[in-house]
Structures are given as C-alpha cells and as structure tokens.
Design a protein around this ligand. Structure first.
Ligand SMILES: [Zn+2]
Length: 227
C-alpha cells in the first residue's frame, strides 16, 4: 500500500489535524481491512476506510473544504490465486509478468485535464479537485472509491510489482531516463532508495528547469515487491 498525502498550499484546510494524521488513519484502516475483510473488494475497503477516517474528524473539522486532508492511493492485495489492485490519482503501479513485460496501471485523469486548469493551484482546486470531469483523491467522500482504477491478475501472471508516488515516477515521466521497464529494473537492482537518489540527483542537476515543472522536489516514495 502506498499513500501520498496532499499538502494544502495555503495552510488552512478547515481541519485541526495534519496530513500525517490523516494518512496514518486512512492507511491504518486500509491495511486492517485488506487483511481482515477478504470478502470485500478493494473499492469497498477504500470506501469504508475513507468513511472511518472522515468520522474521526467530522465533529471538529470542515470536511467539505476542498483542501480537507487527502491522499493518492495504491493498494495491492494477493494470495495464492490472484492479485487485486487499486489506483486512485497520480501514483503509479507497475506489474511485471514472468516474461519480463512491464505494465503500468495509471489513473491519468490529472494528465488529461486541460492545461488552463493547472495554471494555478487555486484554479485547479476551484474547478477540478474532486469535481466531476476533474481528478479525484481519497479525501472525506467514500463515493470516490468508484473512481479508482481497479483490476485483477492471476497470481502466476505477476512476478514483481512496484508502487511509486509521482515524485519518484519523475525518473520516467519527467526526466525520461527510461521507460517503465527500465524503472522497474532500477528498483530491482538498487531498491527504492536507489531510484529516489537518482531522481534527487536529476532534480539538483536541472538548474535551468528544463524538465522540472512545479515543485523542484516532490515527496518521493516507492515500494518494490518480488513475489
Ligand atoms: Zn481534521
């Protein structure tokens, strides 16, 4: 499981808590329910985890605030028979088949938005964040689980998998250092820290901002599992 908490740009988000408070609760519920409730789909588990987390701060906070604490989500669950996955917002999931083919599972709504909506965070918040036709994150509305990209694969069809926040997938998506297959190769040989070190070096070297758009550094986390 991988979450990328969204930091409010202007501080105020109608919430007395913090983004880490939110991601710890949402992540805790996701881990608990994916293990204990094999009868529920990952969509149902995400919806219930959002509901629980929202209930934990509904009495004190304005959950209708566009910047109420929220996160991108990747969840993968597997047993002997199969693999289930869920991706919401701009983190990336890579699945490698036994013959070495790598497939990226992406929720690309953010990439498909018209550029004019992304000129400022305020415009994106007002017109696209968790709005019809825009992009969706796990915030306070359980119904968002319906927007997640989900799927299943036979257990024998996946040899390795990786989940990355957009700060780590920059290696492929922003800097073009290699395709998803090469990216998974870095994770296999050097581990998540190896990939993140490479991204940080590329960011530091991009003084002319040839590649980097937006933040110079973004939270970079990666998980790699060889099954
Ligand atoms: Zn709160």
């Amino acid at each position: 499981m991988l979450l990328d908490g969204v930091t409010p740009p202007r501080g105020d988000a109608g919430c007395v808590h913090s983004v880490p408070w939110f991601t710890a609760r949402l992540g805790g519920a996701l881990v608990e329910l994916s293990g204990s409730r094999r009868d529920l789909t990952l969509r149902e588990i995400l919806a219930e985890s959002i509901r629980r987390t929202a209930d934990a701060h509904r009495p004190t906070c304005d959950l209708s605030h566009v910047r109420t604490p929220q996160a991108t989500v990747v969840v993968v669950r597997w047993d002997e028979a199969g693999i289930e996955y869920l991706v919401l917002s701009d983190s990336v999931l890579l699945l490698e088949s036994p013959d070495g083919e790598v497939r990226a599972v992406l929720d690309d709504r953010l990439d498909r938005l018209p550029r004019e909506l992304l000129v400022s965070e305020a415009v994106a918040d007002a017109r696209a964040r968790n709005k019809e036709g825009g992009f969706f994150t796990a915030a306070a509305d359980p119904a968002v689980a319906e927007r997640a990209v989900t799927g299943r694969a036979p257990r024998a069809g996946v040899r390795a998998l990786a989940a990355m926040t957009d700060g780590a997938s920059r290696w492929t998506e922003m800097f073009g250092e290699g395709d998803w297959s090469a990216c998974l190769g870095v994770l296999d040989k050097e581990g998540p820290q190896g990939l993140i070190d490479r991204v940080r070096a590329l960011e530091a070297a991009d003084t002319e901002r040839e590649h980097v758009r937006g933040k110079t550094h973004d939270d970079a986390t990666a998980v790699y599992a060889r099954l």
